[in-house]
Design a binder for this molecule. Structure first.
Ligand SMILES: [Cu+2]
Length: 284
């Protein structure tokens, strides 16, 4: 009788031991699936359905690979243009702080990563248009950590109509920008206006409608029009459409100011500025 009980106890113990022996292996397995992040595995599934030919390969072959870096609180580049139908791979690096890269319309999101960290996401840009990408950490989006993903279809690429969707807001801004005053002026860029640099200061302001700090400077300048020095002309250039200008002055980020001479040669360049005095104290 006693032996019988003992063997049952032993059996029970054995099961407990086996159970204990098993338990370490289970978390290990879990850890492994954790290293492949949630977003990553979701993306893999998506990718698999898209490119089922790649049986052996883990990575989805992307048509475009874009390196994006993030810091407090901006992305570089902050405009990404792809073509409709392309499989886009975003290699996101955090250079400072804790961030991610998210675009809702394509259900694309990297992991939230700390600097120095890297994470990628792949998605198919299957609808044309303009979409905001942003950082979903804390208030970063509200703090301006946003950018624009432009998915162009062929027609758009050819006619340069990519901006049409923003037409309303642009018109509104432009009409405000055209307000003239006898003091200096703040108006839309046109090459013919550069000649004013002969007798004054001309500053180009690369403005993007989707950039909160640009909008804030734009608003401020319109409010401060009467304070403009007589010889100052600020010309608002659209960051998204003035591609040649951007190339000319090597502008890689919106909200950049460029002081130019009458021939359009760059005198100096700076990123940022919140009010008129940031320009008047800077021009030379
Ligand atoms: Cu962030």
């Amino acid at each position: 009788m006693n032996k019988y009980v003992l063997s049952i106890v032993m059996l029970g113990l054995g099961i407990v031991l086996v159970g204990a022996g098993c338990s370490p292996t289970q978390p290990e397995g879990q850890m492994e699936s954790n290293t492949g992040p949630n977003s990553g595995s979701a993306m893999m599934e998506e990718g698999d359905s898209v490119e089922s030919k790649d049986d052996g390969e883990m990575m989805v072959k992307a048509d475009v690979v874009v390196e994006v870096s993030g810091k407090n609180f901006s992305f570089l580049p902050n405009v990404i243009t792809v073509e409709k139908g392309q499989t886009v791979q975003i290699n996101f690096t955090s250079e400072q702080g804790y961030h991610d890269w998210v675009v809702d319309e394509f259900d694309a999101a990297t992991e939230q990563i700390n600097a120095p960290g890297k994470n990628s996401v792949t998605f198919v840009a299957d609808k044309a248009g303009e979409f905001e990408f942003y950082c979903s950490v804390g208030q970063h989006r509200q703090l301006g950590m946003v950018g624009k993903l432009v998915v162009a279809d062929d027609a758009m690429m050819e006619s340069g109509d990519v901006m049409e969707k923003d037409g309303d807001s642009m018109m509104e801004n432009d009409s405000k920008g055209e307000v003239m005053s006898k003091e200096g002026s703040y108006e839309s860029y046109d090459v013919s206006k550069l000649s004013r640099a002969e007798n004054g200061d001309v500053v180009l302001f690369f403005h993007a409608n989707w950039c909160p700090t640009c909008r804030s400077l734009d608003k401020k300048l319109n409010e401060e029009l009467s304070d403009f020095p007589a010889d100052l002309t600020v010309l608002k250039a659209d960051y998204d459409t003035e591609k040649e200008l951007r190339k000319k002055y090597a502008i890689t980020s919106q909200h950049t100011l460029v002081q130019v001479d009458k021939d359009g040669n760059m005198i100096q360049k700076k990123i940022g500025g919140n009010r008129l005095s940031d320009i008047t104290s800077w021009v030379k």
